[in-house]
Design a protein around this ligand. Sequence first.
Ligand SMILES: [Zn+2]
Length: 334
Amino acid sequence: MKPLLPSAFAALALLLAGTAPARADDTAPRAPLRTMVLNDHLVAFYQGRPDESAVKPGPRQWPDLGAIFVGVATYAIHDGDTALVYDSFTDTASAQWVRDWLVKAGVRRFVLVNSHWHLDHIGGNAVYADSLRLASEGTRAKLAMKRDAIEAGTEEGPPAIRPLALPDLGIASDTTIMIGKVRVLLRPVAIHSADGLVIELPDDKLLLAGDTLEDTATFVAEPQSIPQQYKTLGAMRGWGFTKILPNHGNPAVIAAGGYGLGLIDTTRAYIRRLVEHAKDADFQKQPLESFVGDAIRRGDVSLWWAYRDAHANNLAVVAKAWQDQPAPAFDPAP
Ligand SMILES: [Zn+2]
């Protein structure tokens, strides 16, 4: 996900607050965490996705909208005393909780990998200040450029992420690393954001998808490139994995081992429909169910209340990008 507040609103909120943004309350995780042991070298850490009735009205900050309400997972691949941690939650207390859990499991050496630059994936990076930190070259460059704003809390409004630990190293092409005996393939992909980096575990036929795929629906952050994202999703579908673990998904599905390839088909159909209907008179009034109803009936995704806001954002940004453009050609579905 990405925070839903336009930055102008965030700037206004800061102005009204009258003071510099407070540092995130890092004494406790933003929401309680739980672990899901997926196999002997892969564990998921999950936070958020409260029932709508349990959410109190009141001001929202970017971690609520981008991560907690939709639910957020991070993952660790571990073998012996080494672990690769994929994303660091929205805050350092949550990231520290993960690190402490892994230390108790015997891990002494860490590699952090960020899936992309959005703030709900990098908030706890500072917990790995002593470790190797990897990301795509696009993420490394983007975070370096935005570091001052992110540390000041002006990128998406408060809370600030301070200090932000940048990735040390950006990778530009598929890269295999070994975590103990576990083969890990880091693959840059321009899906959801141009700087995306997903992880394949070829021997498990698993994909850690970052934000390239979400349940109920993807968050459209870069609408202009939807035709290219559609094509890249089709290519990714053929890599050979059979199960998918997204960063924002249904915890029951993640705990049971992940999603099937239908999650990719659903995502492709959703973004294609958005663009193909962008000129419809009632486009911005169409509910999420109009776009993913068939996928819900198939069981590829389930309807989660917090995705109504994401969908409203998607309608608005797609309308802006595409309603005055000629309809693009989409490749035939695989
Ligand atoms: Zn994102």
